[in-house]
Design a protein around this ligand. Structure first.
Ligand SMILES: Nc1ncnc2c1ncn2[C@@H]1O[C@H](COP(=O)(O)OP(=O)(O)OP(=O)(O)O)[C@@H](O)[C@H]1O
Length: 615
């Protein structure tokens, strides 16, 4: 019976843990206490500290932990290590309680020695109870330590959190500082650039200083030169003043000279006669000159028309009848336009000096009137009108230097069948063109275009316009230009403000209608009307000139439009030049003789002295 309770406990031993192999029921409470003890110690914390492995975060953060934190960590480590060591002792002390030893160092009791065995067991129990008590005490101590450690751990974690937040603050600060560093780098690079610039500027400054020094030296030299020049300028100013006086004096003299020139020029013109007649012979179409026209080799003022008259009976020899004419000048068929104009240019000058000048071409159709007055387009063939215009504007420019200012007004009128046509107007024939005489004896035409002109080209443009308008009328009426008078007038007004002198004159250039006479029986209708008008105006021209020459009290200017219009240019206060153009063909003999007779009559006239229109 006594063996029965022991055996089962022996058989249980291999399956029990080493601490409960002897008496599982008795030792169970102690074993339970041992198992519960380690619980307060968190495996994580123990592993972290006992294992000695360092958390990588903690390791990396260690350098920035405060020294106090580090020290408290060390204390915690030591206490846990000592606790672990004590725990190990518990295991070591528990090891001798292995039931296989059978008692406390004594020999194995006999099976029957139950009392002995019991006392052994009691001894063992007491022993174990003592150990358990000690272990419990240790456990309590450990628990306390664990609680302390846990509170420390909590503190440490707080500290850690604080430090983490501090670290993140530092990191943010660091980041901000890195921005500052970048800025600093930029600033330093700017600084180095500025330093380079500064050094460049410094070197430039040095160069400038050198330049300034040399310029200062130059300035000094220039100041000296300036001072010298100022003295010279003062001298020269004095000289200029005296020269100005001289200039004023010379201007006075010049003006007096100009007035003298005008007077002398006029004297010469008057000596030449205030009405002059030039004869111009047109060359034959095939060249040369026909036999019936003879020009004296000795002078250029005579022309002879020779006519051979056959004997009526045939018994006597043929007789030759010569008609001699003297004029102011006779131009042969070879005479150039330039030569012809030279003789007239003095009269053109008179127009600028304030005298009315009239130049007209008389002759039968085709005798060269238009060629003489207008000429052809090429330069050498230009006639009296374009050359006169050129001379007027050039002379006006020269007189400008002597204080004269001129204004020019041009008009171009045609007299056809005793009616006036405005050649500067391209529209439908203008009506209401009437000749009017003002109280101061100025002749004007109502509704006529008076164009202000400033230069030669403008006048030439107007002449071309007049020719276009004339040829338009010509296509409507064949040969009209030969049957009309064209009158170009240039009104000249001059003023010399400095001298308070004014002058006013008109240059009148006229291309007359063909002067040939037609037998009344041959002229019919329009042609008869034309011929009557032409003959009337031309014969009236002769009458007016004769009346002027005879100093008659009444001069019938109003008998024709032509003489009425030319009144101002033909009267006593003008210089008149007449061209008599003759055709060299033998069959024009009769007309040539008539023309020369008319011209001769005019040439014999002595018109009174012209007065300049001056104020
Ligand atoms: N001195 C000259 N030298 C060369 N050719 C001339 C000369 N005179 C006139 N002629 C020419 O003779 C022709 C007739 O001349 P122009 O037309 O001038 O005559 P006109 O008298 O004006 O005639 P009309 O009364 O019909 O107008 C023209 O071809 C012209 O070029």
């Amino acid at each position: 019976m006594s063996r029965l309770p022991i055996r089962p406990s022996k058989r249980d031993l291999p399956t029990s843990s080493s601490s409960s192999s002897e008496n599982g029921q008795d030792f169970a409470p102690a074993q339970k206490k041992i198992r519960k003890d380690p619980e307060p110690v968190k495996p994580h914390a123990a592993a972290t500290i006992i294992g000695g492995r360092r958390n990588p975060v903690a390791a990396t953060r260690a350098p920035i932990c405060k020294l106090a934190d580090f020290q408290s960590l060390c204390v915690l480590k030591q206490s846990i290590a000592s606790t672990a060591a004590k725990g190990g002792n518990v295991k070591q002390t528990a090891a001798p309680t292995c039931p296989k030893t059978g008692g406390v160092g004594g020999p194995k009791r006999q099976a029957w020695d139950l009392k002995g065995k019991f006392s052994d067991m009691e001894g063992k129990v007491r022993n174990y109870q003592t150990k358990v008590k000690a272990t419990n005490q240790e456990n309590e101590a450990l628990k306390e330590t664990m609680v302390q450690s846990q509170s420390r751990v909590v503190e440490m974690e707080k500290t850690l959190a604080r430090q983490k937040s501090q670290i993140s603050e530092y990191e943010a600060e660091l980041q901000a500082l890195s921005g500052v560093r970048d800025e600093l780098e930029m600033v330093s690079s700017d600084k180095s650039t500025l330093e380079k610039e500064l050094s460049n500027l410094e070197s430039k400054h040095k160069v400038m200083e050198t330049v300034r020094d040399s310029q200062e030296i130059e300035l000094q030299t220039l100041k000296k030169t300036l001072a010298r020049l100022q003295v010279t300028v003062r001298d020269q100013e004095e000289e200029v003043c005296s020269l100005k006086d001289t200039v004023v004096q010379q201007k006075d003299e010049l003006h007096a000279g100009e007035m003298d020139r005008r007077r002398l020029h006029n004297d010469i013109q008057e000596l030449k006669g205030n009405i002059r007649v030039f004869c111009r012979v047109r060359p034959l179409v095939e060249g040369g000159l026909s036999k019936h026209i003879q020009l004296a080799a000795s002078d250029n003022k005579t022309i002879t028309l020779a006519k051979t008259e056959e004997s009526h009976t045939g018994k006597t020899a043929d007789t030759q009848k010569n008609y001699n004419f003297n004029f102011d000048r006779v131009f042969g068929p070879q005479s150039l336009q330039q030569e012809v104009f030279e003789e007239i240019s003095l009269l053109v000058q008179s127009a600028l000096d304030g005298y009315n000048v009239c130049c007209f071409a008389y002759g039968q159709t085709g005798s060269g009137k238009t060629y003489t007055m207008e000429g052809d387009e090429c330069d050498e063939s230009r006639g009296v009108i374009p050359r006169a215009v050129k001379q007027i504007f050039r002379a006006a420019e020269k007189l400008g230097a002597k204080g004269w200012e001129f204004t020019f007004t041009a008009s171009f009128v045609e007299i056809y069948n005793e009616t006036l046509q405005d050649l500067l107007y391209s529209g439908k024939a203008r009506k209401g063109l009437e000749i009017r005489k003002s109280t101061n004896n100025e002749v004007t035409i109502t509704n006529l275009t008076y164009e202000r002109v400033c230069n030669e080209d403008q006048v030439l443009g107007l002449i071309m316009l007049a020719n276009r308008n004339r040829s338009t009328a010509q296509t409507a009426q064949n040969d009209r230009s030969s049957r009309s008078h064209s009158v170009f007038q240039l009104d000249i007004e001059g003023v010399n403000v400095g001298r308070d002198v004014k002058c006013k004159s008109t240059l009148c250039l006229v291309d007359l209608a063909g002067s040939e006479r037609m037998l009344k029986s041959q002229s019919q209708g329009e042609r008869f009307k034309e011929m009557t008008a032409i003959n009337g105006s031309l014969s009236n021209l002769g009458i007016v000139i004769t009346a002027l020459a005879n100093k008659e009290s009444h001069v019938p200017y109003r008998n024709s439009k032509l003489t009425y219009l030319l009144q101002g240019c033909l009267g006593g206060n003008s210089k008149t030049l007449m061209f008599v153009n003759i055709a060299p063909e033998p069959d024009s003999f009769g007309e040539t003789l008539n023309s020369l007779r008319f011209a001769s009559k005019v040439n014999d006239c002595v018109i009174g002295t012209a007065n300049a229109n001056r104020k």
